[in-house]
Design a protein around this ligand. Structure first.
Ligand code: C2E
Ligand code: CA
Ligand code: CA
Ligand code: CA
Length: 278
């Protein structure tokens, strides 16, 4: 089921990317989209599993295209990467977050973690650390603790990336390996790079309670994370059974529709955490 889900997701992504290529003018569309404010961000709470309290949020990008409608990020991120536009798009994302930050600051206590997705291509860009510093300076000082989420989808060039991770850590940022368990080289990355968090792909979480009683692969992943001193975040938590299993197995943070869908700032302002989380 995990494999099927991942394959299906990839197919949908590829199909949408192909549709984008054939129906839109490549490249220009993204730059126009940035200029015309077609991109916006949503925020999804991340809950501490022991306390059931919101301790963080993940920022997710959205594209409301005037003719194609809502384009999912799984499609336009690939598109932006292929068009060499991921850096301007991410810088625009940083601006959108900075714009919302004063309001977010009133809703969330100091120390709240803010997860931001970074495309592997951006990590290799020469200005990456400068971009991060500038982004950080655009946020209320010392309020949010930034966590950069990186997917294992692409081969990360070893030397440069370990230097970038070192810089990030030296300057107080944290790094998460995203979608863990869906790529080919996952284990190699864990050995080579220091990640603070391991985000368990929702394919694994999905399988809890539907397949065998225990999940040996997920168990092994959790053991591995512990051995490597990484905190674990489960994505795609949708049911109380999944939340219970994950808490009982010592997963540190939970994220998913069970707690909240990703929300616009306006929705977040009026959001009430469900009674079992605060
Ligand atoms: P991701 O980083 O793994 O983000 C989590 C995805 O799971 C999000 O999809 C979120 O809406 C979805 N999700 C959260 N809880 C649940 C749940 O309980 N059930 C289900 N079925 N899904 C859940 P989304 O927003 O469509 O984003 C898809 C992917 O696009 C992200 O996966 C990330 O890899 C990429 N992405 C999104 N925003 C950005 C961005 O600003 N920059 C970059 N580089 N990538 C982004
Ligand atoms: Ca992510
Ligand atoms: Ca993920
Ligand atoms: Ca994903």
């Amino acid at each position: 089921a995990v494999l099927l889900g991942a394959t299906f997701g990839m197919l949908v992504g590829l199909l949408t990317t192909w549709m984008l290529y054939t129906h839109l003018r490549p490249g220009k569309e993204i730059l126009t989209g940035i200029k015309r404010e077609q991109f916006y961000v949503v925020y999804q709470p991340v809950v501490d599993a022991a306390e059931l309290k919101v301790t963080g949020l993940e920022v997710l990008m959205r594209w409301k295209h005037p003719t194609a409608g809502e384009i999912p990020p799984d499609a336009f991120i690939h598109f932006a990467e292929a068009q060499q536009l991921i850096v301007p798009l991410t810088l625009h994302l940083f601006e959108l977050i900075a714009r919302d930050a004063p309001v977010l600051q009133t809703l969330l206590p100091a120390g709240t973690k803010m997860g931001v997705n970074i495309a592997p291509g951006h990590l290799h860009a020469p200005n990456f650390m400068d971009d991060i510093r500038q982004f950080s300076q655009s946020l209320p000082p010392h309020h949010f603790s930034l966590v950069f989420e990186i997917t294992e989808r692409d081969m990360l060039r070893y030397k440069e990336v370990s230097e970038v991770f070192q810089c990030l850590h030296d300057e107080g940022y944290e790094v998460a390996i995203d979608d863990f368990g869906t790529g080919h080289s996952a284990l190699i990355y864990l050995e080579r790079f220091t990640f603070d968090y391991l985000k368990i792909d929702r394919g694994f979480v999905n399988a809890i309670g539907t397949e065998t009683v225990t999940s040996p692969v997920l168990d092994a992943v959790l053991t591995l994370a512990k051995r490597l001193n990484m905190l674990t975040v489960a994505e795609g938590v949708e049911t109380p059974e999944q939340a219970r299993w994950l808490r009982e197995h010592g997963v540190h943070y939970l994220q998913g529709y069970y707690f909240s869908r990703p929300m616009t700032l306006e929705q977040f302002v009026v959001w009430q955490p469900p009674p079992f989380a605060s």
